[in-house]
Design a protein around this ligand. Sequence first.
Ligand code: COA
Length: 143
Amino acid sequence: MTVASLREVLPVEQAAYEFPWTRGNFIDSLHAGYDAQLLMRDDGTLIGYFVAMAGVDEMHLLNLTVTPSFQRQGHALRLLDALCDLARSERGAHQLWLEVRVSNLRARAVYDRYGFRSVGLRRGYYPAAAGRREDAIVMSLGL
Ligand SMILES: CC(C)(COP(=O)(O)OP(=O)(O)OC[C@H]1O[C@@H](n2cnc3c(N)ncnc32)[C@H](O)[C@@H]1OP(=O)(O)O)[C@@H](O)C(=O)NCCC(=O)NCCS
């Protein structure tokens, strides 16, 4: 993912989330050197992407998104495979962490199926409708 590819990424982000990342969130991540990759079709259509932050011997998944019209075709699993390969081979990570909204049952199903374990709860971590906050489940996967 580059700043130029945000032209394709931002509409997908806005279609996929009620509280999407802003252009500034993506630019900050790219400038910070986080790992950000796109999954594209041969014709250049964007299928999905991830953004992850490397730590000393662990990695934190910050964003995993599949274009709505391409969902439920196994692409999230392919993106997670690519992230785990990169985390292990290029970043020397032994653990992958993420947060997910309690209400995001689709994403929780993907992470459960992939082998992540729920290890904690962050109270009021995410913004929610009507100015409320929503808890995050912290999940972790040994690499
Ligand atoms: C969550 C998300 C990334 C999943 O992407 P996806 O490409 O549709 O997921 P996959 O097709 O790889 O699903 C893999 C498995 O996860 C489970 N799963 C995925 N979507 C599901 C759903 N809607 N309901 C129940 N289980 C689901 C299933 O076990 C599925 O395997 P199956 O289709 O063989 O049954 C996608 O729905 C998305 O981008 N959502 C909006 C953004 C988001 O919430 N991102 C995660 C933030 S933490």
